[in-house]
Every structure is written in structure tokens, then in C-alpha cells.
Design a protein around this ligand. Sequence first.
Ligand SMILES: [Zn+2]
Length: 175
Amino acid sequence: MLIDAHCHLDLADFDSDRDDVFQRARQVGVRHFVVPGTTRARWPKVLALGEREDVSIALGLHPYFIEEHSDEDMQALEDALQAYPQLVAVGECGIDARLSDTLEQQWTLFDAQLRLAKRYDLPVIIHCVQANDKVAKRLRQLQLPRGGMVHGFAGSPEQAHAFNALGFAVGLGGY
Ligand SMILES: [Zn+2]
């Protein structure tokens, strides 16, 4: 059985043909889908998708959308972790060093989400672009109990092994 471990099927891009997308994926052997949340405003659609038996969901605050996140969103994320035991991870969260203007805010938000994952004993779904060594260092410091997945990985074999040693699978991406 194949599992798509990272797909944003909640996005509006799929509103017109979401069922067809699921159907086509099933036809080629993909039987399960992990959909991570990206902004608080989009979490309800992720939660709705999570009602499907073939979808597992996570909620998080993605570094792309730093302007959309507010101070209350971290508390909302913690509330959601308590309210929805079906959440399988914290994420998507992480660091995208291409967005250099917001790096400091990205780290604050990422760090808070890593701590939440540790407190709730959950894996983390990490977006990590051009920040592999720094992110691995932070993960090493925090000693997360459940590991997780680094998606969109485009680093060296050594960097991939470093994530593996910390309990993280890497999804190869094209950044
Ligand atoms: Zn993603």
C-alpha cells in the first residue's frame, strides 16, 4: 500500500475535482493520505477532510504564511490538539530561509510548535528549505520523542542521515 505522506488536498485548488484526485490516486495504488494544515483559517477544511477514513490530518502554522498568523494562533493550536485526538502530528511548520525577511518570526513560531509536539508526544511535519543544519541542530537540542518528517528535502546525504538519526524521514523535494 502506498501512502501520500504530504498532500495539501484541503487547498481551494482542489475544490472543483477533489474526489477525482482521490479516485485517480487510488487507481495507482495510493490508499492513504496525510494532509497537514497551514493556517488557522484553513484548519476547518483540514478537519473536514480528516473525517474520511483514508485521510490522516495534522494542524500547524506554515512559515510561508507568516503574515496570516496571529499571536492567538499558538493557543488555538494547543486547544485543537486537546479537542481533536485524531490529529496525528503537529504541522506543517518549519523554516524557509528563502523568506529571509521573516526568519526571526519563523523561528519563534517553529520553536513554539516543536515544544507543543514534545508536550503532546506527537510527530512533527517539517517544511525545511535551505536550513537543514540549523533545523537539525534545534531538533537535536529538543529531543523530540516522536520524530516526524522533513518534507521538500533537498540537502546532502549527510544532512539526510542527520535527520534520520533524529527519527525523521525525509521527503525529497525540489527546492
Ligand atoms: Zn506542505
